[in-house]
Design a protein around this ligand. Structure first.
Ligand SMILES: [Zn+2]
Length: 75
C-alpha cells in the first residue's frame, strides 16, 4: 500500500496586485476604470489613466512640466 500522490495545496494568497497597464510603466496602478460590471477593471497610474477630465489632464501636464524644469535646474 502506497501513499497516493495528493496534489499539494498550492493556494497562493490571492493578493490584489495591479500595476499600471501601460507598456513599460512600473508605476502602481492606483486608478481603475471599467465600462461595466461585466468588464474586468483595468488599472493605470495617474499619469497614464485615460479617463481623466480635461482639467485634470491640464493639471498633470503642468506638474510634469514643473518637474522637468526642476530637473533641468539641479543638473
Ligand atoms: Zn503608468
Amino acid at each position: 500500500m502506497r501513499d497516493t500522490d495528493k496534489p499539494a495545496l498550492t493556494n497562493a494568497p490571492q493578493m490584489y496586485v495591479h500595476y499600471c497597464e501601460e507598456d513599460g510603466c512600473k508605476e502602481w496602478g492606483g486608478f481603475g476604470n471599467s465600462p461595466s460590471k461585466a468588464v474586468p477593471v483595468r488599472w493605470w497610474c495617474w499619469e497614464h489613466f485615460p479617463h481623466k477630465s480635461y482639467e485634470q489632464e491640464q493639471e498633470l501636464r503642468r506638474k510634469l512640466e514643473a518637474a522637468e524644469l526642476d530637473r533641468g535646474k539641479t543638473q
